[in-house]
Design a protein. Structure first.
Lengths: 419, 293
């Protein structure tokens, strides 16, 4: 039985096979690609800063940051100011936050008998867009992060404006998402107590908890994150045991016969990436507690993604305070890119998880470019014997509607998956 | 009850950037009272994509996002067939963004004969020739939400928009992106020592800024209501033009020290004369930091 899954920044086909009334395998197919990696071949290296945000309309900024970091890793002695690093981290945080609002109000709510809340999705999203535009000029599709720093200079007043956009977004969270002051929510450690509050998040979590079928829709309980920032830690979590020793060399990408989405594994095993993975590796108390009670289920995944809005807003406030305007925004690279023969890579935490870019440059021209997106980790297909992360979570369910919710709980992005 | 205008938002070979740019429209509540999407890539609609491709649903305006190739399918049907079906019944067709208008970045995706609806970069494409009269082109990567929404209101209110040679409304595309840039004085007086990471300086002379020869209202209506790329210090990449993306985007191509692409309507002789005169100026204020101690 084939079901076309729509409104996931494109479409995917889920081909379900049932045995004794239960799903025993789901073939995941992404039907088209735009061949971004081929488009990049032969182009000037810096042009990738303009092309790559166009991989995706909702997480294009993560592609910009991954591109600039991959290009910078091609240099040996490139200098970057702390100020530029902070600005990049801020704008990337803001992109993650806007994504999570959209996903919660536009994708998740309709599964529980509510209509989409378009205005609740767009209001905080627009605030985050404005915050990015202060630095980048516009959102989506800025290319403001360039090799050596960022193109912009900012002023005291820009910081005041940005701080207010963050505060106003925090206020939206307090008035809508969880009706409690931001500080209490940040300090929360018990996911059961969270359910006693009013607000759109506890409402949905209570409904998820009621659905018995969702309790068993679990995957491997293996998480990984390669992107590092002043907030996110790199590492993996196996049944809540965290280690930080991981290497990108152990990541493998391989073709899937029926789909344009190549699958990705770490030491030949599939891992989940995204907000739940990040919170497990960061040992965020509330999420670790939810995971203890609910495992790697829809409950934990929804909570982790929406809770990341609060933690990132809070951290962004701190980052903003740490900006030293006396530092330079941009430091010219020691070597003109046209003289560069090198290769490099980067890993950043995008809205949906670890995003990896790899580049090879000859005389400043791109010889090869590879992109591994978060959704490839979570959604690409494995085999019956060794199902992928989302496949494993869907096996054993009794109906397609529930399976669609489980699939979308990973925050599907079709354009990224195949790029 | 007011009748809502029915809009079909169809994505072809795209990144959905226009979809998300549209979400930045600030009067969304009013918009949703005046318009209804019979299909949209993110917003819930009465019909599924499967219904759209298998039935013939009533619709007033067709929005196309993304580059077009017969080879590219949505829900197993060629995008060209879907466009053909709905273009007959709608009042207007709007190409949303540079890919749908000129081919844009995804013109190079590798699908057979990929282009915009009526243009392959600057060249006319004849596949949809009969639809020329009802098409409005809104280029931009992405298109500004005000440009899209206000064009939809123009259609709803039967306002005839004057358009340019590429069918772009002059209201938005008669301006150059240069208009309204806060760095204009550095351009006018040819202060050509721009460095990235500074409030001062103009990116036209060295860093590839295409604003003086790119049509658009970026610096008139601003992005996200607060800023623009060039104001922030990022060169205009010419994303509303048929040539987008050009190559070597962060660098100004010059012949004998003269930029290859000059401001719209300015010929080389005039440019040289003007450059000679501006060289005579030495304006202290523009040589120094804006926020001087």
């Amino acid at each position: 039985m084939i079901k076309l899954i729509e409104k996931i920044e494109g479409e995917a086909k889920l081909d379900f096979s049932f045995k004794d009334g239960k799903i025993d395998f789901v073939d995941v197919k992404f039907m088209s690609t735009r061949n971004i990696e081929n488009i990049l071949k032969g182009k000037r290296a810096f042009d990738a800063l303009v092309i790559n945000p166009r991989v995706c309309g909702i997480c294009g900024h993560a592609h910009l940051i991954a591109t600039v970091q991959a290009l910078e890793s091609c240099y040996e002695d490139l200098e970057l100011s702390n100020k530029a690093k902070i600005m990049r981290e801020l704008t990337l945080n803001f992109e993650l936050i806007q994504n999570h609002f959209k996903w919660f109000y536009l994708t998740i709510l309709p599964f529980f008998g509510h209509s989409q809340q378009i205005l609740k999705a767009t209001y905080p999203t627009q605030l985050m867009g404005k915050a990015i535009a202060i630095f980048g000029g516009q959102y989506p599709h800025t290319s403001y992060a360039i090799v050596g720093g960022v193109v912009c200079e900012i002023t005291q007043m820009d910081i005041v404006k940005c701080d207010n956009y963050i505060s106003q977004t925090l206020k939206f969270v307090e008035d809508n998402i969880v009706k409690v002051d931001a500080k209490t929510l940040l300090e929360a450690t018990n996911s059961d107590l969270l359910l006693e509050y009013e607000g759109d998040l506890p409402n949905i979590l209570r409904e998820i908890k009621k659905e018995d079928v969702l309790k068993d829709a679990k995957s491997y309980d293996r998480f990984i994150a390669f992107g590092e920032s002043s907030f996110f830690k790199k590492g993996k979590s196996l049944k809540a045991k965290v280690s930080h020793k991981i290497s990108l060399e152990d990541v493998k990408e391989s073709e899937v016969p029926s789909s344009f989405a190549k699958n990705v594994s770490y030491k030949d095993k599939y891992y989940e990436v995204g907000p739940l993975a990040r919170a497990m590796i960061n040992k965020t108390p509330l999420i670790v507690d939810a995971h203890k009670k609910h495992g790697d289920s829809v409950f934990s995944r929804v909570l982790a993604r929406v809770y990341e809005i609060s933690t990132l807003l809070n951290h962004s406030k701190i980052l903003l305070k740490n900006l030293d305007l006396a530092e330079p925004s941009y430091i010219e690279p020691p070597l003109d890119i046209s003289k560069l023969n090198s290769s490099g890579f980067s890993a950043v935490e995008a809205a949906r998880g670890t995003l990896i870019h790899k580049v090879e440059i000859k005389d400043g021209i791109i010889k090869n470019y590879e992109i591994i997106t978060p959704t490839q980790w979570n959604l690409s297909g494995g085999s019956r014997e060794k199902p992928g992360v989302s496949q494993k979570a869907m096996v054993g369910l009794g109906d397609i509607k529930t399976a669609e919710l489980v699939f979308k709980s990973f925050d599907v992005c079709s354009v990224c998956t195949t790029h | 009850m007011k009748t809502k205008m029915k809009v079909l938002w169809l994505s072809a070979i795209s990144c959905n950037g226009n979809t998300h740019s549209f979400f930045n429209y600030s009067q969304m509540e009013q918009f949703l009272e005046d318009f209804e999407f019979i299909y949209h890539p993110v917003i819930d609609s009465k019909y599924l994509l499967q219904d759209i491709v298998s039935q013939d649903i009533e619709c007033d305006v067709l929005l196309i996002e993304g580059a077009i190739s017969k080879e590219f399918k949505r829900a197993d049907l060629s995008i060209v067939d879907i466009i053909q079906r709905y273009s007959k019944r709608v009042k207007k067709i709007v190409t949303v963004g540079t890919c749908a208008t000129f081919g844009g970045i995804f013109r190079e995706s590798g699908y057979e004969k990929t282009s915009g609806l009526h243009f392959d970069q600057e060249k006319r494409v004849d596949t949809f020739k009969s639809l020329l009269d009802k098409t409005i082109s809104l280029s931009g990567c992405p298109v500004h939400p005000e440009v899209l929404v206000n064009t939809l209101y123009a259609i709803k209110k039967d306002i005839t928009l004057k358009v340019d040679e590429f069918l772009r409304p002059k209201e938005f595309y008669a301006y150059t992106v240069h208009n309204g840039c806060t760095r204009n004085e550095y351009f006018e007086y040819k202060v050509d020592n721009h460095n990235f990471g500074e409030l001062e300086g103009c990116m036209f002379y060295d860093h590839g800024c295409q604003a003086p020869f790119t049509h658009g209202s970026c610096n008139k209506i601003l992005w996200n209501e607060v800023n623009s790329k060039t104001r922030a210090g990022l060169p205009c990449m010419g994303c509303t033009e048929p040539s987008f993306p050009r190559q070597n985007l962060f660098s100004t191509k010059k012949n004998m020290a003269i930029p290859e692409h000059l401001p719209v309507g300015v010929n080389k002789r005039v440019y040289l004369t003007l450059a000679g005169i501006t060289k005579a100026f030495k304006i202290d204020r523009l040589e120094k930091k804006l926020f001087d101690d």
